[in-house]
Every structure is written in C-alpha cells, then in structure tokens.
Design a protein around this ligand. Structure first.
Ligand code: KG4
Ligand code: ZN
Length: 359
C-alpha cells in the first residue's frame, strides 16, 4: 500500500469528508460531502458551472471547447467550494473524480486535478464510473428535505438511467453488483430531446426547452411512434425521424409547438415507463429508481411514479438538483465504494468508454 492510501478500516469506520470533481462532458462540477456518524450523508456544497452557453451556437458539445473551459473554471470552483465550507485541502479525507465514460479531454482535466490534490495532501484518490454516480443518486438525500435516511444502504432494485449519452435499465442486485439488462440501440433519451429541440428551432440543451413548451400542449395531438425494439432495449431515432417528417406538414409551427413538444415528450415517456415496468417484473424487483438528466422532466417523474403506484412498485427518483451532471453524485458514489471496501488507487487512468458492467 502506498503512503497515499489509507488502510481500509481506517477510512471506512470514521466520519469522512470527500471532495469530488466531475468533468465528463460540458459541466465543470465540484462537491464536498461529509458523512458523520450522527448527521448521515450531507452535501456541504455542490457547485456546477455549465458551459451550455458556449456550446449553444454549435447545437451540441464541442470537445476542445469543453476541455479548455474545464481548465479555466475548475481551480476557482475548487477554491470556492473550500471557501464556502471553511475547509482546507488538508481537511479532506479523500479526493474523488469521474473516470469515464465521457469525453477523454474533459475527463482528463478533473481526473488529473483530483489526483494532484490528493497527492499534494497525502490523501487517497478514488475514481468513479459516471453512470454509477447517476445510478446511486436516487439514494442521495434532497438537501431541501429533512434527512430521512442518514446511512443509506443500496437495496436490490431496478434502475432506469436516462441521460444525454445513455439510456440504461440496470438490475442492481447489491451495491457494486450491476447487470445491464436494457439500453438504447441508437439515440439516448436525452439525445432525442436535444435533436428534436434542434429540429423545432429550440436551443441546447433541448430537454428543458421541450418540457417548457410542452406545458399546455396536447400529448395526443400527434401520433408519434412508440418504438419497442427487442426485449428491454430502447430505440429513439425513429421517433426523431417521425418528428422530422411531420414538420413540413405543420402549417403554423408557432401555434403547434406546444402540441408537437407534448406529443414527442409523451412518446418518450410511454416507452421509458413501459420498459421499466417490464424490467422490474422480469427481475422480480419491487423498487424502481430514476436518474440521469432526463429525470429532471416532471412529466416523466410523475408518469413513472403513477405507473409504479398502479403496479405495486415502490418508486424513488433522484432529487432534481442532482439529476443533470454534478459532483455530489460522484462524491456519494465515492463514499458508497469506500464503504463497500474499495480503496484509493493512484494508478487508475481515465476511460472514455468505461462500461458500468458487461451486458
Ligand atoms: O445526465 P446529463 O446531465 O448528462 C449526461 O450524462 O449525458 O443529461 C443531460 C441530458 C440532456 O440531453 C438534456 O436535454 C436532458 O438531460 N435533460 C432533460 C431535461 N433536463 C435535462 N430531458 C428532458 N426533460 C428535462 N427537463
Ligand atoms: Zn450524466
């Protein structure tokens, strides 16, 4: 064991303060988590600096622009997080960063900075799968509500992760024991929102734009397809094409926009809900969780909550403030991994294609 790695029992059994960095795509994020014996898991600070404005002109994320901006923003963001919590680097027990999946040049910025901070303070460094961060985020307490579950344990459950890069159904058998049972065969759900928003002349990221315009729209105005590929997989590219072919026939786009947005959104929700219920039945899980950027969508949250209630499943969604990319979920995944017995490892490198588990 190197001088930077604490013994397993040392780091597992006492109050811990973790600082995490997340730079897998176009969000620079820093969070500090404290896990005390009484107060439970507390996110002391969670800062996210979004680059959405920089990428908007391109309609999507430009890797070179993203990594340069992480370099500019990350250090001041770490300083701000320490200042807001009154902590010094030496007060941090372990530094955590996202290892992958994501853009290589973006991942490198946060990963290298967390390693450097850990090395300089003689503390462990741990790297985390971004998708595991999303997957565990429903068990993170909403800072707006009283702490209900101070020492979260991860039960067996069915996890739906819907983000800009991934749409996954994962059978979580226990903490760290994941089986990928469904995924998209083309576009991810968030990607479909972004691409359809672009077709409709709305800005990036498209999810919040479509959700806003869908309010007051009729979700049954347009019959868009509910593509149901094999088993528990998803496909959203046909839906995007259906919107594309519909648009030239629409006479007054301004008036029809709410109906187009609501109908598209409903088609995505119907598929996500249907497959999640099927997956939960097939795996015998009685809890379904929802996470990832698309889980911000309140129609999806309430649609899945209602369907779970009607079918006898429990439902837990990620707190909206931790749905899109953030470092609090990475810190939390770091804590859960440390508690599960994993320890720091300075030799880990980034992996842009890091799988959550083999299918
Ligand atoms: O998890 P995330 O922040 O980044 C990835 O790991 O990909 O997810 C970003 C995605 C984007 O595609 C964005 O359009 C989508 O989440 N999104 C939404 C909403 N807010 C963000 N999709 C639907 N409705 C929303 N309110
Ligand atoms: Zn993400």
């Amino acid at each position: 064991m190197s001088g930077h790695e604490h013994s397993r029992s040392g780091i597992k059994d006492r109050a811990l303060t973790l600082l995490a960095l997340e730079t897998s795509c176009d969000e620079s994020a820093v969070a500090i988590l404290r896990h005390g014996t009484d107060a439970g898991v507390e996110i002391l600070v969670s800062l996210v600096s979004s680059q959405a404005d920089l990428h908007r002109a391109y309609g999507g994320v430009v890797p070179e622009v993203a990594s340069r901006n992480h370099v500019l923003v990350l250090r001041p963001l770490v300083e701000q997080a320490l200042e807001e919590t009154g902590l010094r680097p030496l007060d941090i027990d372990a530094f955590v960063a996202t290892r992958g999946p994501g853009l290589a040049s973006s991942l490198l910025v946060g990963h290298s900075m967390a390693k450097a901070l850990a090395a300089a303070s003689g503390k462990p460094f741990l790297s985390i799968n971004h998708m595991e961060g999303h997957l565990l985020s429903p068990f993170l307490n909403d800072p707006q509500s009283p702490i209900e579950n101070p020492n979260p344990k991860i039960p067996s459950h069915l996890s739906l992760i819907a983000s800009g890069g991934h749409t996954m159904l994962v059978h979580v058998r226990a903490m760290g024991d994941y089986q990928l049972i469904g995924r998209t065969i083309d576009d991810a759900a968030g990607e479909a929102f972004d691409k359809v928003a672009r077709l409709l002349g709305l800005s990036y990221p498209g999810g919040p734009e479509i959700e806003n315009h869908a309010r007051g729209g009729n979700p049954r105005a347009y019959q868009f397809p509910r593509s149901m590929p094999r088993e528990l997989d998803f496909s959203f590219s046909g839906l995007k094409t259906a919107v594309r072919y519909t648009l030239p026939k629409v006479e007054n786009l301004k008036d029809e926009l709410p109906h187009l947005c609501a109908s598209f959104q409903q088609a995505v929700i119907d598929v996500l809900v249907d497959k999640s219920l099927r997956a939960a039945h097939e795996t015998g899980c009685n809890l379904i969780t929802l996470s990832g950027g698309v889980s911000c969508n309140s129609a999806l949250r309430s649609g899945l909550a209602t369907a779970c209630g009607e079918n006898g499943f429990e439902f837990l969604a990620c707190p909206p403030c931790f749905s899109t990319d953030n470092a609090a979920m990475i810190a939390f995944a770091g804590l859960m991994n440390l508690q599960a017995g994993r320890h720091g490892n300075f030799s880990e490198d980034i992996d842009p294609n890091l799988p959550l588990c083999a299918k």
